[in-house]
Design a protein around this ligand. Structure first.
Ligand code: MN
Ligand code: MN
Length: 322
């Protein structure tokens, strides 16, 4: 319907190993007034508490995203024909200053939202979700707290680290709840597992009403019932989607900062994302791909494919919002 929309390079015309390195080989367009959905790199990992490296995630996801073709194999959705989608480049960051970086990320996201585009961000560690949500709130008149579908091994609702540090990739959703960016009763976390710092680790989140689906419960429910529960929790209201690649088992996705054994398979993640079709999504991110620990490139490949699954959801949501 819209030959004028930005299109990926055609893989049967320009080989997929050739050409410039952008997300899905789309044009790079930084002026968000020209876009409905901005694919936004956030090369930041100062929130990482263990193995750093997610700052290199956007570049490697761009590289591996060259393998993505334009049509979803199951839904037949073509996101770049539904919407104006392009690679909006990377947010500025300050690799010597965490707090300054948070401000720079928030400012860029607010600028994009104010220009009328939504963001699908590629991290970066999970702390980036906090300034992204702040930027969305700042640029949305009459903002109301969002729902959240959160795939992760970790709840990321701890309070502080290292003697009072409130901003790490283990704390973004606690801060987002405290700041009124998220409605805790409309948060669902899927895939939670791994050893704890303290028996009380997730008590605060549960007390706020966050629906935590640990991996054991996911196993008992199965994919379809987990989808149904996620949809029940977030309901029809505006919802953000965040996908931490460590929700997957490190057998598939070892290239991440805080791997936890006993995780989701890529198939389970694909099925669950496809089951979220029709949700009132308003933005999303894929985080925690850490290329220094990704010797096969397979984790960045998963990141690129999850990006495409989510882009298809966002494009349909964007059309439905018109
Ligand atoms: Mn996380
Ligand atoms: Mn995690």
């Amino acid at each position: 319907m819209t030959a004028a929309f930005p299109q990926p390079l055609d893989g049967v015309v320009t080989p997929r190993f050739a050409g410039p390195v952008t997300f899905m080989r789309l044009p790079q367009i930084e002026d968000a007034t020209q876009l409905d959905i901005a694919l936004l790199g956030v090369p930041f990992d100062l929130g990482t508490t263990n193995r750093a490296g997610a700052r290199h995630g956007p570049r490697e996801i761009r590289n591996m995203s060259a393998i993505i073709r334009r049509v979803h194999p199951v839904t037949r959705v073509e996101p770049c024909r539904l919407c104006r989608v392009a690679d909006a480049g990377d947010t500025p960051t300050n690799p010597a200053d965490l707090m300054h970086s948070l401000q720079l990320i928030e400012d860029r996201v607010a600028e994009i939202r104010a220009a009328g585009a939504w963001t699908l961000s590629l991290g970066g560690d999970h702390l980036i979700s906090l300034p992204i949500l702040r930027g969305i709130a700042r640029a949305t008149p009459g903002f109301q707290p969002l729902g959240l579908v959160h795939f992760d091994a970790h709840s990321d609702t701890n309070d502080t680290y290292f003697g009072g540090m409130r901003y790490t990739h283990g704390t973004p959703f606690r801060r987002a709840i405290e700041e009124g960016l998220l409605d805790p009763k409309r948060i669902v976390q899927i895939g939670i597992r791994g050893s704890l710092f303290d028996p009380e680790d997730m008590v605060w989140a549960a007390e706020q009403g966050v629906r935590i689906i640990r991996i054991e419960e996911f196993e008992a429910l199965g994919v379809d019932a987990t989808i149904a529960e996620a949809r029940r929790v977030v309901g029809d209201g505006p919802t953000y989607l965040t996908f931490d690649v460590d929700s997957l088992d490190p057998a598939f996705a070892p290239g991440t900062g805080t791997p936890e054994i006993g995780g989701l398979t890529p198939r389970e993640a694909q099925r669950m994302l496809r089951g979220l079709r029709g949700l009132n999504l308003v933005g999303a991110d894929v985080v925690e791909v850490a290329p220094p620990f990704d010797q096969s490139g397979g984790t960045a490949l998963i990141g690129a494919n999850m990006m495409f699954e989510i882009l298809c959801l966002l494009a349909e949501a964007r059309v439905a919002s018109r």
